[in-house]
Design a protein. Structure first.
Lengths: 113, 113
């Protein structure tokens, strides 16, 4: 079965500090990978996606993620966070056989002034 | 471009009642997905419709059902409401291609008392 793990449920970080949000997945087939962000009282918004090609993917708002096939990971990073980055972040996986998108449990990022 | 719209935004029902939630996808999108986001449980996949047909279904009881109309809008119906159905119900749409990202609405907050 396919699953997505986000080991950190909450990540507090000071403003302008770097951050890494971890995501690991399990799948016996090739996958597409996504990171979404959810601001309070809103739906989810796509940050970035990995479909194929370069393993380093750049997204909106200065975020980037690196696909590591051997470690089945897709960690999200930002070199310097802002207060406005405070939100819930979800990693998601889609099997290339066109199955449903599975979301991880989410990581709550809190940026401290 | 108008985003995914969901109605109503908030809803309060009592146990045993029935509810219908509505979703209008982005123009040109043929796929609609429904997710349940209950407190502490992340996003749980409910249903996926594409071109008017149900393509996949999550591990939810049959009292959760839905449909997609010829204009690609969708309804989610929940019968015999239970307290644990209280959640944010998110609708997402995509263009229907295998690796297309999901575009989410802001959700319907359902409270069952």
């Amino acid at each position: 079965a396919q699953s997505v793990t986000q080991l950190d449920s909450q990540v507090p970080v000071f403003e302008e500090a770097p951050v890494e949000l971890r995501c690991n997945y399990s799948s016996s087939v090739s996958v597409y990978l996504f990171w979404y962000v959810q601001y309070p009282n809103q739906g989810l918004q796509l940050l970035l996606k990995y479909l194929s090609g370069s393993t380093l993917v750049k997204g909106i708002n200065g975020f980037e993620a690196e696909f590591n096939k051997s470690q089945t990971s897709f960690h999200l990073r930002k070199p310097s966070v802002h207060i406005s980055d405070t939100a819930e972040y979800f990693c998601a996986v889609l099997k290339t056989s066109y199955d449903k998108v599975i979301f991880g449990p989410g990581t709550s990022l809190s940026v401290i002034p | 471009e108008a985003g995914v719209t969901q109605s109503p935004t908030h809803l309060i029902k009592t146990r045993g009642q029935q509810v219908t939630l509505r979703c209008s996808p982005i123009s040109g999108h043929t796929s609609v997905y429904w997710y349940q986001q209950a407190l502490g449980l992340g996003l749980q996949f409910l249903l996926w419709y594409d071109e008017g047909e149900e393509r996949n279904r999550g591990n939810f009881p049959p009292r959760f059902s839905g449909r997609q109309f010829p204009n690609y809008s969708s309804e989610l119906n929940v019968n015999a409401l239970e307290l644990e159905d209280s959640a944010l119900y998110l609708c997402a749409s995509s263009v229907g291609q295998v690796n297309s990202p999901l575009h989410f609405g802001n959700g319907t907050r359902l409270t069952v008392t």
